[in-house]
Ligand binder design. Structure first.
Ligand code: GAR
Length: 198
């Protein structure tokens, strides 16, 4: 049976679109909703143009009440009834209580070679550390920030003089390749790691 995929975004949604574009033909999944915590996220219009239901749940309207925001997000997800939830550039930290509700059904893409550089500013941190390699990771979401089981990684070489924006531009096309590959496998029950790049 076709699996329903909800995608959570906060920005331009290029990873969301790479997932959406792949969910065609014999793909085991179809997108059911795209939700953003920012009404101005550019990805919402892209998803709507692709004929997908969209929803903005503005976290700022909930002030400091994280649990009220998460409760609205949870209710919206329950209403959309996804089998899998993909975080794709979703920039809110979710509480362990929220994540527990979606345990085993939620994936995330992170722009580093986890377990290196959880959190923010990953490209700059890789440069500052003098790393030879950088990349991106798709992992299952667990209560630990950027810490769940790794389902795939793409590795690229850092060249001398690479800036944060150069590195980000090198990694992003690999994100667009990796996430759809992992989602296809995950939906079919395959948790073997996908390895791309150098
Ligand atoms: C991507 O690089 C993604 O890996 C990153 O945000 C960007 C979103 O771009 N996610 C995180 O940093 C999550 N911690 P997109 O909106 O074009 O997909």
């Amino acid at each position: 049976m076709t699996k329903r995929v909800a995608i959570l975004i906060s920005g331009g949604g290029s990873n969301m679109m790479s997932l959406v574009q792949d969910m065609n033909g014999d793909h085991p999944c179809r997108p059911c909703i795209v939700i953003s915590n920012l009404p101005e996220a550019g990805g919402l219009a892209k998803a709507a143009s692709a004929g997908i239901e969209t929803l903005a749940i503005d976290h700022k309207q909930f002030g400091k009440d994280r649990s009220a925001f998460e409760s609205a997000l949870h209710d919206a997800l329950v209403a959309a009834a996804p089998d899998i939830v993909c975080l794709a550039g979703f920039m809110r930290i979710l509480s362990p209580a929220f994540m527990a509700k979606w345990d085993g059904r939620m994936l995330n893409i992170h722009p580093s070679l986890l377990p290196k550089y959880r959190g923010l500013h990953t490209h700059q941190r890789a440069i500052d550390a003098g790393d030879d390699y950088h990349g991106c990771t798709v992992h299952e979401v667990t209560a630990e920030l950027d810490g769940g089981p790794i389902l795939g990684q793409a590795r690229i070489a850092i060249a001398a003089g690479d800036t944060t924006s150069v590195l980000a531009a090198k990694v992003l096309p690999f994100e667009h390749q990796l996430y759809p590959m992992v989602l296809r496998r995950f939906a079919a029950g395959d948790r073997d790691q996908v390895v791309l790049g150098v």
